[in-house]
Design a protein around this ligand. Structure first.
Ligand SMILES: [Ca+2]
Ligand SMILES: [Ca+2]
Length: 442
């Protein structure tokens, strides 16, 4: 039975390879069959097809970083970065693929992850959530299937959504809506979905209009067949690519314990167990969560993996929070350190401010985190589209110093050299790889 199952999957894989697609999801069932040499050989062949000869020693950063460097304001940093136009470019752990390479590839798909690795991301992210049958899968949120996949276009699966598609009612000012969660589906049902660019059109009166929500500065060019995958499959894929791992335990959208007996701790433990099972060294894994309790759970119960656990700082959602006023940070940087947190990860804007001379410099938050001995990772570069109007949410503390696309490199330079972050998530890893390679940051 197992052989027949594998054989049919292998045939599917071959068929889709011919079509130029990528197929980790279809090559494995449930937990990745890491004892199966044939499966690994298939994966290896597939990666070779998508990656060519690109390995850790070379990265293909593509044209965008060169465009950004040319667009920079004049100065020594621009000259320095121009001097690196011919490389060499290579993989670096400083460059972290946020949801893969989500600027142009549908997030959390094989295609997006491979693109990230190809652009030199040394670490790639699977955001982790769970299905109805408690299988861990890569999605940014438990309930984003209606904006990140084609679920609404598949009537029998759309029928399982927590809330079906409801068209906009312009006369009464009511936007279109839907709510489709991984926990609405079994893994088998989840596997029938294809990834698309994240977005929805709130003015839509049809499903087709609703699904067409990609911002003009992204693209649907690579979004026709996004291959979804489980967390275990992402581990096998990343192993084959030779990249490291930064899974994020996403906050459940359903009440926990789920169905009465699946607790938050079960969920946090299950994510780590996938690495044990796959034989991944703890030092290659950076588990993340916005929930401090998850981070402390790993620190206390899975200490090898807790050592590099990343506390994602979402405290900005508290209106009292001020990245220039330590009195508003609770717990304090020192308290976090004392409780065993080693790495803190705020959004880029919390680490930056503009000084009296109009220059971007480290914020008080950044300086206090360093002083407490915390390492810092930050998110997310290349998620803001054109920067002519100040860059929006990710640049909110420095918008007065941001007025052209090349300013992303200036901000990145302050994060790297003045704040001293150890890694930067980006939606287009080539940009961070180019900078890091040029500055000899490993
Ligand atoms: Ca994430
Ligand atoms: Ca500028």
């Amino acid at each position: 039975m197992r052989m027949r199952h594998l054989k049919s999957r292998w045939q599917k894989l071959l068929c889709r390879l011919v079509m130029g697609l990528s197929l980790i999801a279809s090559a494995s069932a449930g937990a990745a069959p890491d004892d199966n040499e044939e499966w690994l050989a298939d994966v290896h062949q597939l990666i070779h097809g998508l990656m060519g000869d690109i390995g850790p020693a070379t990265a293909d950063v593509g044209p965008r970083p060169h465009y950004l460097v040319e667009d920079m304001d004049d100065g020594w940093l621009k000259k320095k970065l121009q001097s690196c136009a011919n490389g060499p470019f290579y993989r670096t752990d400083f460059s972290i693929g946020h949801r893969g390479a989500a600027m142009q590839f549908p997030e959390h798909t094989v295609e997006s992850y491979v693109a990230a690795a190809k652009m030199g991301a040394g670490i790639v992210e699977c955001d982790v959530t769970f299905t109805k049958d408690r299988e861990l899968v890569c999605r940014h949120s438990q309930c984003d299937l209606h904006t990140t996949t084609n679920i609404l276009a598949i009537p029998e699966l759309a029928a399982k959504c927590s809330q079906p598609f409801t068209p906009a009612d312009p006369e009464n000012g009511i936007p279109a809506s839907a709510q489709c969660c991984t926990s609405d589906l079994t893994l088998e049902e989840f596997r029938q979905l294809k990834g698309k660019m994240d977005g929805a059109n709130p003015m839509a009166t049809t499903v087709e209009e609703y699904m067409a929500g990609t911002p003009g500065w992204r693209t649907d060019l690579y979004a026709q067949n996004g291959t979804l995958l489980t967390h275990a499959e992402s581990i096998e894929l990343f192993k084959e690519l030779g990249v490291k791992f930064t899974p994020e335990l996403k906050s459940p959208s359903v009440e926990m314990p789920f169905e009465g007996d699946y607790t938050q701790e079960d969920y946090a433990r299950q994510m780590i167990a996938d690495y044990w099972r796959a034989g991944v060294r703890a030092r290659d894994v950076w588990p993340q969560s916005f929930n401090l309790q998850d981070v402390l759970y790993w620190v206390e119960n899975t200490p090898a993996y807790g050592r590099q656990a990343v506390y994602l700082d979402g405290r900005y959602s508290d209106p009292e929070f001020d990245s220039e006023d330590p009195q508003t940070w609770e717990p304090s940087m020192q308290e976090l350190k004392d409780r065993g947190v080693q790495i803190i990860a705020p959004p880029t804007w919390m680490l930056l401010k503009v000084n009296d001379n109009g220059k971007i410099v480290p914020s008080k938050y950044a300086r206090r985190a360093k002083r407490a001995g915390l390492d810092i990772i930050t998110w997310t570069l290349e998620r803001s589209g054109p920067l002519a109007n100040g860059g929006g949410w990710y640049y909110q503390t420095v918008s007065e110093a941001i007025n052209n696309d090349g300013d992303v490199m200036t901000a990145l330079h302050v994060l790297a050299k003045k704040v001293g972050v150890i890694g930067v998530f980006s939606d287009w890893p080539g940009t961070v790889t180019y900078y890091a390679n040029c500055m000899d940051i490993r």
